[in-house]
Design a protein. Structure first.
Lengths: 199, 198
């Protein structure tokens, strides 16, 4: 989306200082993510640390989403790898996984049996509803990034609505939706980018 | 629950998670039905209760959702070692189970992601790469909103579940418009749930 700008445009924002910074940042991020890390990622990496702009986050998240594997794991590998190669990818990945693994196993050992009690079930219900709201809010916040989309806002809203209906209302399998709408939208985007570059 | 696992069994457990890795498009949780078929129905290495509570616990604990895979490996190992009551040897086997399942589910998808994204980053000025990112952006954003919708919509009894919808909707507004700490919101949700208000 930034074809008019030189590559150096990214130097204005912040970057992870070193591999330790990556490891610690992803650990902190992971430990805040209850019911999945998705909602926290945007706030930590874009709002707080400014390692990514909103546009870049949407781009990276698209890639993380379409590749197999947990989305957040893919995002960690991308960001770590971009700054410090394979060592950076591994630092971010282990930050994301090690502390939560230790914690969840301790929890499992400690609460064996408690998870089925009404109070615990109630807490999970409440936290589930909150994390649903968190994820939806991230989506709404990211809509601002569509302003710079070469396809134009109206087309984006159309594609977004189609996606929401297919997944949220018709409950079609994710793979179908990604493999049908994805290529169509990408071909249209290529057309729009070419038009814009000619103009 | 107590089971016996041979070396070949551990090998096939590892291979099963390796084979699932590349199928996990849209997150590891999409492989849960197949893991259930394999671990609970076919091999009986995991009880149905252990399967369900592994997912619930991973959702309630901090970290990526894929933690449910670690918990299933933990439980399979514990079962092979005769349960927590059997002491350290069982814990050692449980940790071994975590290693087998997590490394298995991670290696193929992580390798693919690393190689593919390094290539895409080097070629970020290629038309195909830019078109893919621009074309996917509205789809991905709508997917996030749909995920929030679906997570709430799993509760389909409006008479009983309307407070969940109110809570999810209120959370969306608060996160969108304010900088309230996310843990505070989750704690609030947990409190309301523990009190039985939602």
């Amino acid at each position: 989306m930034s074809d008019a700008q030189p590559l150096e445009h990214s130097t204005a924002r912040h970057a992870p200082k070193n591999k330790t910074d990556l490891f610690v940042s992803f650990t902190v991020l992971a430990l805040q993510g209850f019911g999945g890390v998705l909602a926290v990622v945007q706030r930590e990496l874009v709002d707080k640390k400014k390692w990514l702009t909103t546009d870049e986050f949407v781009e990276d998240w698209s890639v993380a989403q379409i590749l197999p594997g947990p989305n957040v794991v893919n995002l960690a590998l991308m960001i770590g790898g971009r700054h410090f190669g394979i060592a950076g990818a591994l630092a971010a990945l282990s930050g994301l996984l090690i502390a939560p693994t230790v914690l969840v196993l301790l929890l499992a050992a400690a609460v064996a049996g408690v998870a089925e009690t009404p109070v615990a079930q109630g807490m999970l219900r409440g936290m589930g509803a909150v994390s649903a709201g968190l994820i939806a809010a991230v989506g709404i916040k990211l809509m601002g990034a569509l302003k710079n989309n070469p396809m134009g806002m109206l087309t984006c809203i159309g594609i977004g609505t189609l996606t929401f209906v297919a997944i949220g209302l018709l409950r079609l399998p994710l793979a179908w939706v990604l493999l049908s709408l994805g290529p169509l939208a990408s071909v249209w985007a290529a057309h729009c980018i070419k038009q814009r570059d000619v103009a | 629950m107590s089971i016996t696992l041979t070396l070949a069994d551990w090998g096939s457990l590892f291979l099963h998670f390796i084979s699932l890795s590349l199928l996990a498009v849209g997150g590891a949780i999409t492989t849960a039905p197949d893991i259930h078929r394999y671990l609970v129905d076919e091999t009986h290495w995991l009880s149905d209760t252990q399967f369900t509570s592994s997912i619930a616990l991973a959702q309630g604990a901090p970290g990526p959702n894929v933690m449910f895979v670690a918990l299933m490996g933990w439980n399979v190992g514990l079962n092979a070692g005769g349960g927590l009551a059997a002491g350290w040897p069982a814990v050692a086997l449980a940790l071994w189970g975590v290693l087998i399942t997590m490394v298995g589910i991670m290696i193929p998808s992580c390798t693919l992601t690393f190689v593919a994204t390094q290539w895409a980053h080097r070629n970020r000025d290629m038309l195909a790469v830019k078109a893919f990112k621009s074309g996917m952006a509205p789809i991905v954003i709508a997917l996030l909103i749909a995920t929030g919708w679906l997570l709430t919509g799993n509760h389909e009894n409006p008479a009983r579940d309307w407070p969940l919808w109110v809570l999810a909707g209120a959370t969306t507004l608060v996160v969108w418009k304010t900088k309230t700490h996310l843990l505070l919101l989750l704690g609030f949700g947990a409190l309301l749930g523990a009190l039985g208000w939602i």
